[in-house]
Ligand binder design. Structure first.
Ligand SMILES: O=P(O)(O)OC[C@@H](O)[C@@H](O)c1c[nH]c2ccccc12
Length: 274
């Protein structure tokens, strides 16, 4: 008997699995170039076939990010976009009709600044289904996992090709999905991945019944199709953030805004159907 889940993300993975489909999971930085445009881009990503969305909280010290996302964070921070505005953006996107499950992607510090009690009290109220905290110390992940599950939000762990014997520990008690980082280093488009990435992903699959997704460096339809063969989800961030950066001049001009939005939609659509 399956336990009924109300978590929107879990329902999407279950539906895609039944259809033998892989989730396309874009990442964007909220507020890049501005909050109103982020809401418009979310609608384009959904129309382009996105299944789940990572909403990145801009941060002043994004140590795991490459230059593309660093620039996006800097643009969003100039617009005074912080953790609470990102949560509010998720709610506004839902109210505007989006049915995408939202993953709030934040470094640990902004969450600590807000205060854990406030943060977790507001997660659900803002339609957040998942949480990724790339720099969450393992020692503190137990409390964060407990608090997340208390409010029905999946705290999604990252595993790296070097995690090896820690994989079992990382995935035990996890929920939502397991995020396999395809390569070492920081985010950013890549033409090649960690040498044994398929074997690594397979070892994660052996260690969990949860959906397994891969991210880091994936930027073309061919790369998405390659990983879709062995994963339940594929995350694409920097390539989409770069496309957004490229069309900012179009987005900023009312006369060409729709052209800019269309270019973002078309870029993401070809990731799903190369
Ligand atoms: O940008 P890429 O190379 O496509 O990788 C996904 C990534 O953007 C997103 O999941 C992410 C953004 N910042 C991160 C920091 C750590 C791990 C993952 C991330």
């Amino acid at each position: 008997m399956t336990t009924e889940t109300t978590n929107r993300m879990d329902l999407v993975f279950r539906k895609l699995k039944a259809e033998e489909q892989t989730a396309l999971i874009p990442f964007l930085t909220v507020g890049d170039p501005d909050l109103e445009t982020t809401l418009a881009i979310i609608a384009e990503l959904e129309a382009a076939g996105a299944d789940i969305l990572e909403l990145g909280v801009p941060y002043s010290d994004p140590l795991a990010d490459g230059p593309v996302i660093q620039r996006a964070s800097a643009r969003a921070l100039r617009g005074e976009v912080h953790l609470r505005t990102c949560m509010e953006t998720a709610l506004k996107a839902r109210q505007a009709g989006s049915s995408l499950p939202f993953i709030l992607f934040s470094y640990y510090n902004p969450i600590l600044q807000m205060g854990l009690d406030t943060f977790f009290a507001e997660l659900n109220a803002h339609e957040i289904s998942g949480l990724i905290i790339p720099d969450l110390p393992v020692e503190e992940s137990e409390e964060m996992r407990r608090r997340s599950s208390e409010v029905g939000v999946n705290l999604i762990p990252l595993v790296a090709p070097t995690s090896s014997e820690r994989i079992a520990k990382i995935v035990s008690g996890a929920s939502g999905f397991i995020y396999c980082v395809s390569s070492l280093g920081v985010t950013g488009e890549r033409s090649s991945f960690h040498a044994d990435v398929e074997a690594f992903i397979d070892s994660v699959r052996q260690a969990t019944d949860l959906p397994v997704a891969v991210g880091f460096g994936i930027s073309t339809g061919e790369q998405v199709a390659r990983f879709a063969q062995i994963c339940d989800g594929v995350v694409v961030g920097s390539a989409i953030v770069r496309k957004i950066e490229e069309v900012i001049p179009l987005l900023d001009n009312p006369a060409t805004r729709n052209e800019g939005l269309l270019q973002i939609r078309e870029f993401v659509a070809q990731l799903k159907r190369p």
